[in-house]
Ligand binder design. Structure first.
Ligand code: PMP
Length: 445
């Protein structure tokens, strides 16, 4: 039974076919074997729904690439972008600009104390490149430690930091990068059985890695406070605090990559704030303006910033703090604050998504674990609950297809379904989406 709520775009299958044809002919698609990829043409969206040209509407549990935190076509944000476009479309970094100044203030006000400056980029990968460059210049050291279970972006340095398999194709990559294992209790590297044990052992392993690399050569440890693409892994108690303490002990910069977790995804402006740690550098992108215009950046502690007061920072971008991008960020943050959108994400997680997924896990043997917070959830699908063997790709694909047929669009990553809706999703929409997943699991497996 396919649900097809009304969209505001009239069905136009001929248009969809034309877009598909042109795309197949001329568009080179990210991360894909070009002959095997054929993305659905999108016609429009509003709030937590998007729709195609065939008259099908979907509850969005992807937020595109986990970035549309404010939802589709938020009327106030669309109006702010239009207004900014009417003033002055482009202002380079050699001139000051109102939107850039305002966005930087609003971002730094949401960061910990004494993190007053923001360097703007066009997206997350460039933010990561600049954060590690700043850490290296500030410390005079060259090594950077990153987790195996991480994604930090697809430019050369960011992909070298990325721990998962997508790094392999571009190796040897950037020199001086060393990987370590972070906590993941469900598939523990450390044979831990409790969150406390996992935290303690992961910290011992990280410490050993730092010592083996010579702490005097380690500029930074970069990590996602809540790991995103590689599993939506919420850190166990004490882990982030332990990383902070280790960094303090050896003068290492703590870079929190908040590109995915930041700006509402976890129900907070920044995920690390849940654990009370203060990073030295914060990378952000995605949710800062929900990708209405490309934007990313680095929030810089006053200590790191001091290194570049008299000595120039070697780095820059033509579009650093682009007028439209920063005006949209200033507007997005103001709207999210006014409308309680970050709090909505928090409550949706604790009151609706969390409990509903726990119920599903009781009911379906294929669910090994559900975990997450805010609007940042993973459903880990397994072939066998005892051995925790991941569910096979064909079966996962069947579940995904069954969800889509029921008007719910999840984000599959290996054997997991990531459920990462816009922060503006309503409780009713979340329940409807999870009910569709419930049916889909019964139908497909
Ligand atoms: N860091 C993290 C944690 C991310 O999730 C991503 C994107 N998924 C990036 C960096 C890279 O961001 P972008 O694609 O904007 O370059």
């Amino acid at each position: 039974t396919q649900t097809q709520p009304q969209s505001t775009t009239p069905a136009d299958p001929a248009k969809a076919a034309a877009i598909r044809e042109l795309s197949r002919e001329h568009v080179f698609v990210s991360w894909s074997a070009q002959a095997k990829v054929d993305p659905l043409p999108l016609a429009g969206g509003l709030g937590a729904r998007f729709w195609d040209y065939e008259g099908n509407s979907y509850l969005d549990f992807t937020s595109q690439l986990v970035n549309v935190n404010i939802g589709y076509q938020h009327p106030r944000l669309v109006a702010a972008v239009q207004e900014a476009a009417g003033r002055l479309m482009t202002v380079g970094p050699n001139f000051a600009n109102e939107g850039r100044a305002e966005a930087a203030r609003l971002i730094s006000e949401r960061a910990p104390e004494r993190m007053r400056k923001v360097f703007f980029t066009n997206g997350g990968a460039e933010a990561v490149e600049n954060a590690i460059r700043m850490a290296r210049a500030h410390t005079g050291r060259h090594k950077v430690l990153a987790s195996y279970r991480s994604y930090h972006g697809a430019t050369s340095g960011a992909l070298s930091l990325t721990g998962e398999a997508r790094r392999w194709g571009t190796e040897p990559g950037l020199p001086g990068i060393v990987h370590f294992w972070g906590p993941y209790l469900y598939r523990s590297t450390f044979h831990a059985t409790t969150p406390e044990e996992e935290s303690e052992r992961a910290l011992a392993h990280l410490r050993q890695t730092v010592l083996a690399e010579n702490p005097q050569n380690v500029a930074a440890i970069i990590l996602e406070p809540v790991v995103g693409t590689n599993g939506i892994l919420v850190p166990p108690p004490g882990y982030l605090e332990g990383v902070r303490a280790l960094c303090d002990e050896f003068g290492i910069m703590f870079i929190a990559d908040e590109v995915m977790a930041g700006f509402g995804r976890t129900g907070k402006w920044f995920a690390f704030s849940r654990w009370g740690v203060r990073p030295d550098l914060i990378t952000f992108a995605k949710g800062v303006n929900s990708g209405y215009v490309p934007l990313g950046g680095v929030v810089i502690s006053d200590e790191v910033g001091a290194s570049f007061e008299e000595t120039p920072y070697v780095g820059g971008l033509t579009y650093s703090g682009h007028a439209l991008a920063t005006a949209s960020a200033a507007a997005a943050i103001t709207i999210m604050e006014d409308e309680g959108i970050v709090d909505n994400a928090e409550q949706l997680g604790s009151d609706v998504i969390g409990p509903a997924l726990a119920e599903l896990a009781d009911k379906h043997a294929a669910i090994g674990e559900v975990r997450g917070l805010g609007v940042f959830w993973a459903v880990e699908l397994v072939a066998d609950r005892q051995t925790r063997e991941p569910l096979g790709a064909e079966k996962v694909a069947a579940v995904v297809q069954a969800c889509k047929e029921r008007g719910m669009w999840p984000s599959p990553v290996s054997n997991r379904l990531h459920l990462v809706p816009p922060c503006v999703m309503t409780a009713e929409e979340a329940r409807e989406g999870i009910a569709a997943l419930d049916e889909a699991l019964s139908a497909a497996l």
